[in-house]
Design a protein around this ligand. Structure first.
Ligand SMILES: C[S@@+](CC[C@H](N)C(=O)[O-])C[C@H]1O[C@@H](n2cnc3c(N)ncnc32)[C@H](O)[C@@H]1O
Length: 242
């Protein structure tokens, strides 16, 4: 399905507005020119998916308001948790346009979106991905997947919150794609802001995951003071920091 970028608000200082309005014109050619690399990534994803379902990080069992039933036997395979391909290609395009010094993403999951961030960095031969994954079964799989694309990454075994000092670069893009509840996301966003540069884009994954996440995004997106606020289809929210 085609990804749609919707502007919710943009002030006169927004730099993202001029960037995002290029996407519709550029996406088809970008996708075509990079089809070999994207094909290689999707092959790695299929290979990982064929490994089958693997246990979720145990902390999910303790989360209130999660929006999905979880017990000690809950498992997921890669396609269950991965960022969808059209969003992944947008991520690679965005890196190619912005040339960030650092992208911060948590969690890594099995590594799908991370491979696409790295693909964008490879096109520019610039930037580093700081990623985090606390699931000790999924973490080495994500690392191996990242390595199929590039070594421009530092993937920490553990949560972002407990390991924020691992982020040593200037973060121009950050993605919050971990436990999708307001309680976690609001606190994680506050921590992201301590390492993000002025003008950074902060992406919130799965904003319609549950009523709790809808409320979370509604609250964040209506806060005052962002340079701009966007939505990618109905899945990802974006704020441009002042
Ligand atoms: C939806 S998946 C991420 C999918 C991944 N971005 C992709 O596109 O393939 C969410 C991941 O976040 C991890 N996670 C949960 N809480 C976290 C935290 N506080 N810090 C880092 N990762 C976390 C989970 O273990 C899980 O692997």
């Amino acid at each position: 399905m085609a990804l749609r970028i919707r502007k919710l608000h943009a002030g006169k200082d927004s730099k993202a507005a001029a960037i995002f309005e290029r996407f519709d014109d550029e996406k088809t050619v970008f996708s075509f020119e990079n089809r070999a690399m994207f094909g290689k990534i999707e092959t790695a994803i299929t290979r990982t998916n064929d490994m089958g379902r693997m246990p979720l990080w145990k902390e999910y069992q303790t989360v209130a308001n999660y929006g999905r039933p979880i017990d000690e036997n809950t498992k997921r395979k890669m396609v269950d948790v991965r960022t969808k391909p059209e969003f992944c290609e947008f991520y690679a395009w965005l890196v190619n346009v912005i040339e960030p010094d650092a992208v911060l993403e948590f969690g890594a999951g099995f590594g799908a979106s991370g491979m696409y961030w790295l693909a964008g960095m490879g096109l520019r031969d610039h930037g580093k991905l700081f990623s985090f994954e606390p699931n000790d079964i999924w973490h080495p799989i994500a690392r191996a997947n990242f390595d199929t694309v590039s070594d421009r990454h530092e993937l920490t075994l553990g949560t972002f919150e407990d390991n924020i000092d691992a982020v040593t670069g200037k973060v121009n893009i950050a993605v919050i794609d971990a436990i999708h509840t307001r309680e976690f996301v609001v606190d994680q966003f506050a921590k992201v802001r301590t390492v993000a540069e002025s003008g950074a884009l902060v992406l919130f994954a799965d904003i319609n995951f549950s009523d709790d996440m809808k409320e979370c995004w509604s609250e964040i997106s209506q806060r005052e003071g962002f340079a701009s606020v966007w939505q990618l289809s109905n899945r990802v929210g974006i704020v441009e920091l002042p």
